[in-house]
Design a protein around this ligand. Sequence first.
Ligand code: UDP
Ligand code: MG
Length: 313
Amino acid sequence: MKKISVIIPVYREAKNLPTLYERLTAVTSDIPRYSWEYVFVNDGSPDDSLAVLTSLAKKDKQCKVIDLSRNFGKEIAMTAGVHEAKGADAVICIDADLQHPPELVPELVSHWERGAEIVVTIRKKIDQQPPLRRLGSHIYYWLMSKISGLDMVSQTTDFRLYDKKVLQAFRLATERERMFRGIMDWLGFRKAYVEFSADARNDGDVGYSYRKLVKLAVGSITSFSLWPLRLTGYLGIVITTISGLLLAWMLLNYLLHSSWVYTPLAMVVVANTFLIGIVLMAIGLVALYVGNIHTEVINRPLYIVRERINLDS
Ligand code: UDP
Ligand code: MG
């Protein structure tokens, strides 16, 4: 019998977990032709998520728990789940906050059975998502597809099914500054898309603050290409051209009228400010890349597991 692992990153989700478990088991018990396991990755939750998970794991041997030693962030938590779910023929990643309806699982599985290697869900509308966040997400996807040359569809979610072949390839990716979906998109493979409308969060606040989201976006953009660095170069060219033309115009005026129309000091100050701006931006960008290189080079393990329940290491 083929095995499907459901990977669930958990951070402050104690109240959502029982409902999630019920809805998941209700759905998966309708597909008995596969053996199912649920791999909960507790990402250093400060609430009693771990206690809830431990009691679930005691009751039901299908529930596995990976307890990370601290909060590593969702991307790493999902990576840990995928790395540890060995022997699965497919993996389904799903959020614990019930924004990803488990009732969609049969549809994901049927696409997989018909030959898709990655089944991607797209949310049609996001209830209660602030406009700033929605705008940010659109800009991010537009930028990422432009930069990476990959086909990244806007509004796709982490709620996805991955075939064994994809997982094997994914395990080869070693970068630390990672965006789970970004790496998966980079891998290629045959994709299928499923649409759904997202529910508002069931309980608690979104774990991703704007600060974390911006960090994720910047991290994934710089780890995917040198495009920002090139952009600074272009900007430099444009600014130099403009200030050069301005300078020429000034000199021409001087020759024609044989007097300064603009004070030379003003011109110098403006030109200088532009140049200083370019230099500062370039330094900022270089710092980003050096930061990336730094984290890659120290080569620490991606995550630390405190304890595994129902799961052999
Ligand atoms: N999550 C996590 N670690 C974190 C933040 C979130 O494992 O540091 C989990 C969280 O429990 C949930 C999923 O990632 O299952 C999505 O989190 P959230 O709903 O906060 O983010 P969003 O819906 O905005 O993507
Ligand atoms: Mg959510």
